[in-house]
Design a protein around this ligand. Structure first.
Ligand code: AMP
Ligand code: ZN
Ligand code: FE
Ligand code: FE
Length: 281
């Protein structure tokens, strides 16, 4: 069984529509894939239909943008929650709207120095999709400013750049509670990915665990080995699930489907813990 629990479609900042993502998962020899777009579940219906047709099991999921009170970005994966839960829906709608305003502000700052307009960015966004820096990167690639998304993230768009603007996002422990309230299973995504920006301290783990955190995404390419041994100790100490995933974004990122995987036993635990929706198979 090959199980990959973290992938994005163009309903957020991946490059393929949900049905194409499922086809790519089948092509890559996966038995199970989770669709985890940023702050939206709008891709679930299309992905479910494709999963049934192509014989790949789909774990409906989402990646919730969060920020600690110190201003550190945290990504929380939610699996199998009720997509209509009002509290969770309210938070992700707030984040999604804030991402729009934030992108507008970043583009107006960038436009002072680069040949870039809001229309150039919107051109790369599927209707209704969650907006992110990758869409701005696509416009910078089209303008010939950078070679690809990765170069954009390493230079102009890093969180240390003067063009970077933050957006509203809920506190991670509050998001864990909401995911649980919605019958979902919360897993901390790439917790020690220091290349993306500052990483959280022990008190944030404690708060998230107290709020009902179920697991840690340890096997992810952005977690350095040193951080992984810390995470393994934490998982053992608090009986947390350990997952591994690709964080595939289609052509926009080098990450390949199935480059990290999760065990069938852990998927079975996730299914036991969930009450919001079921795996599509
Ligand atoms: P944002 O959420 O708007 O701050 O943008 C960050 C998101 O861009 C993260 O979720 C990354 O996974 C995603 N991303 C997509 N392509 C890349 C890339 N080539 N390098 C770094 N991050 C990327
Ligand atoms: Zn992303
Ligand atoms: Fe993430
Ligand atoms: Fe992701």
């Amino acid at each position: 069984m090959r199980i990959d629990l973290h992938a994005h479609s163009n309903v957020s900042d991946g490059t393929q529509p949900p049905a194409e993502l499922i086809a790519a998962a089948a092509e890559a020899g996966l038995d199970v894939v989770a669709l985890t777009d940023h702050d939206t579940t709008d891709g679930w219906a299309e992905a479910s239909a494709a999963a049934l047709k192509l014989g790949v099991a789909l774990v409906p999921g989402m990646e919730v943008s969060c920020r600690t009170r110190e201003g550190i970005s945290v990504h929380l994966l939610s699996y199998l929650h009720d997509p209509a839960h009002p509290g969770l829906l309210e938070e992700i709608t707030k984040s999604k709207d804030a991402r729009f305003t934030r992108a507008e502000r970043m583009v107006s700052l960038l436009a002072e120095d680069y040949p870039l307009s809001w229309d150039d960015v919107i051109h790369h966004v599927a209707p209704g999709a969650t907006l992110g820096r990758p869409h701005i990167a696509d416009a910078l690639v089209a303008a010939g400013v950078v070679e690809d998304r990765s170069e954009a993230f390493e230079t102009i768009l890093t969180s240390r750049s003067r063009y970077w603007v933050q957006h509203y996002a809920p506190d991670p422990a509050a998001a864990v509670e909401l995911v649980r309230a919605a019958g979902g299973v919360p897993v901390f995504a790439h917790p020690v990915a220091s290349s993306r920006g500052r990483i959280v301290g022990e008190h944030t783990y404690r708060e998230m665990i107290d709020a009902g955190l179920a697991g840690l995404e340890i096997n992810h390419r952005d977690n350095p080995e040193q951080g992984r041994s810390f995470l393994r100790r934490l998982a053992a100490e608090h009986d947390l699930l350990v997952t591994g995933s690709s964080d595939y974004h289609g052509a926009g990122k080098p990450n390949l489907l199935g480059e990290n995987t999760t065990s069938p036993e852990v998927l079975a635990r996730i299914e036991e813990l969930a009450s919001g929706t079921a795996v599509v198979r």
